[in-house]
Design a binder for this molecule. Sequence first.
Ligand code: PEP
Ligand code: MN
Length: 339
Amino acid sequence: MIAVVKDTATPEQLDHFVSWIHGKGLDAHVSKGYNATIVGLVGDTTQIDPYLIEGMDIIERVQRVSEPFKKANRKFHPLDTVVDCGHGVKIGGGTFHVIAGPCSVEGENLISIARQVKAAGATLLRGGAYKPRTSPYAYQGMGEKGLDLLCETRDELDMPIVTEIMDPRDVDTFVSHGIEVWQIGARNAQNFPLLKEVGKTKAAILLKRGISGTIDELLMAAEYIMSEGNPNVIVCERGIRTFETHTRNTFDLSAVPVLHDLSHLPVCADPSHATGHTRYVTPMALAATAAGADCLEIEVHDDPKHAWSDGAQALTPAQFKDAMTRIATVREAVTMEVE
Ligand code: PEP
Ligand code: MN
């Protein structure tokens, strides 16, 4: 971290600032230039609040030179992390997977949707049993019965399950059901007690970007999970809130290569929640594949008009099959060797 000191600072004030830095257990490198004095704070600055320093009378501005996320940072872990989701599915490190299924688990239609997405090439099955709805009056999910249905389907089809955990008190239920991939939804992206709790497990975590979350905030949320001992995190771009209203969110596809650059964690992209409209899901799934996502998450429903949640963005199984053929072609194009 670097602090630029104002021209008006007296030598006493500068000494006082240097002592303050030492008091925080850090070294201070003072460099007096022609126009400005710069103080480098050397050591573990993760505990230092840059705004606190910026608020000091003699400080002009403060700049971080290293990111505050350490465990998720590619600098300290250059190789891609591969997250083992069970049933032979490993995400990251050059593989490509598609998670598909309904927004919510609704009942017996789950198995037929699951069979169809698997036949089309999906390797993980999604379905929400606990639903984070904006309105408390909207459908809230089947709860544990929904998890039971997901498990029956998994056992029949030999595919790992992806489902959302919203409450730290559900950790034991998720463990006892052997849920392979625990989704942390956009609304819980900064629910720190929940992040810490799932960090104490060894489950694979699909961590979504917050509704208005920055890339750094997403990586800091991953850091919360990893700092508790769970390295199995997949980060997911699912669109962010902007002023645009034609789509449910704005799909920030540049986040995919940026996340790959900053972090070794696998990157998932969700064109369903990003766009909110069936007709935009396939084009943006192709774009996310082209951008280098390791994994896509796509909502599929056998009767979208009667879906209990997110029907407006669901692909039918036939549309999903069509999308998968195109996705495979794009994936091949972006991973081919060019001489
Ligand atoms: C979901 O996957 O159904 C969901 C609610 O996603 P998000 O948290 O990205 O809105
Ligand atoms: Mn949904």
